[in-house]
Design a protein around this ligand. Structure first.
Ligand SMILES: [Zn+2]
Length: 336
């Protein structure tokens, strides 16, 4: 099909780009979207028109140009803003989507390619929100959705690795959660966003040196925030929880490297995120037996599940016997 549309392209060139796109490590749903966009199989309005469907050819999102795949993924203002943020090194000079992908693959590493593919998927999803629900998605939400979907997928891949390689259970570089040392407490925290309900959730679980749950907790927050923001709020809430409970010798674990590095650094960021980080640092100074640490996502399954449960169980405190069933299942798996 591509050859027919772009007859001057050499077959090997086209094939090699296809192969590289297929090699991107991303969920099938995302690769499928990228493939359809490159094979001109995506139902853009101009494509529908060509098939005889009576629709306006103008882009439903910006209403500035006809909606082709090149427009939807490269020239539509929302797409341009996404690429300016996540791909500042790439300049768009009117090339086709196919050629653009070829350059992306040539200039970026594997992780970035997956991110670009995920943003394409989120852009198309945002476009469909306008078409079907008349709802406009903001640029940062498009990027957040893309990263979140990709993260969840990577997380699931790592959990699969975790069950097939039990030797990875011990040690610092573990893919699975490790009990704290004697007489210490570990609090795992995580955040979740509920895009469709314009809300977020926080989950935290305190466990003792036998790995038993002391208490677990969910918090429900109205309004959408960036993932980093909620992750930072989760750490802050955990630190004030420790203070209120008068717990000593505690490690707060988060899988947000951005947040943990920000808390450990001395940089003052003048932003709402920076304010939360400052609050975390001052609580850590007050409580000198408390520290924060970074863990892999696959080692943070319980808190992850709790954060997601914040939607059904908003603002609740649980003990081991009352945790939601999904959380209990993961706790059982981790009690080795
Ligand atoms: Zn547009």
């Amino acid at each position: 099909m591509l050859q027919r549309q772009k007859g001057n392209w050499r077959e090997e060139y086209v094939d090699s780009v296809w192969r590289k796109v297929w090699r991107i490590k991303a969920p099938a749903k995302i690769l499928n979207l990228v493939w359809r966009s490159l094979a001109f199989c995506l139902p853009t309005v101009t494509m529908l028109q060509q098939k005889g469907v009576r629709v306006e050819s103008i882009c439903p999102v910006c209403k500035m140009e006809d909606e082709t795949v090149d427009h939807a993924f490269l020239r539509c203002p929302i797409a341009m803003q996404c690429w300016r943020l996540i791909l500042p090194e790439m300049q768009y000079r009117g090339q086709s989507l196919f050629h653009w992908w070829d350059q992306v693959i040539g200039k970026t590493d594997k992780a970035k390619q997956a991110e670009v593919a995920a943003v394409c998927w989120a852009l198309w999803r945002a476009r469909n929100e306008v078409v079907w629900n008349k709802r406009y998605t903001r640029v940062y939400v498009v990027i957040a959705q893309a990263k979140q979907y990709l993260d969840q997928w990577r997380h699931a891949q790592k959990s699969a690795a975790c069950t097939s390689f039990p030797q990875l259970y011990e040690g610092d570089d573990s893919y699975c959660w490790v009990k704290p040392q004697e007489s210490m407490i570990k609090i795992s925290v995580d955040a979740a966003t509920f895009q469709e309900f314009n809300a977020s959730g926080i989950g935290m679980v305190a466990r003792d040196d036998r790995g038993d749950v002391i208490l677990a907790r969910t918090m429900f927050l109205e309004g959408l925030r960036s993932v980093e923001m909620i992750e930072a709020m989760a750490v802050k809430e955990a630190l004030s929880w420790i203070k209120n409970q008068r717990w000593q010798k505690v490690i707060v674990e988060s899988d947000s490297l951005v947040v943990i590095q920000a808390v450990r650094s001395k940089v003052h960021m003048k932003s709402p995120f920076g304010e939360i980080i400052l609050a975390c640092r001052s609580m850590l100074r007050e409580q000198n037996t408390v520290s924060v640490s970074f863990i892999r996502r696959s080692a943070n399954m319980v808190a992850h599940e709790l954060a997601r449960a914040a939607y059904s169980f908003p603002d609740r405190i649980f003990d081991r016997s009352s945790v939601p069933i999904g959380v209990a299942n993961i706790l059982d798996k981790e009690s080795y």
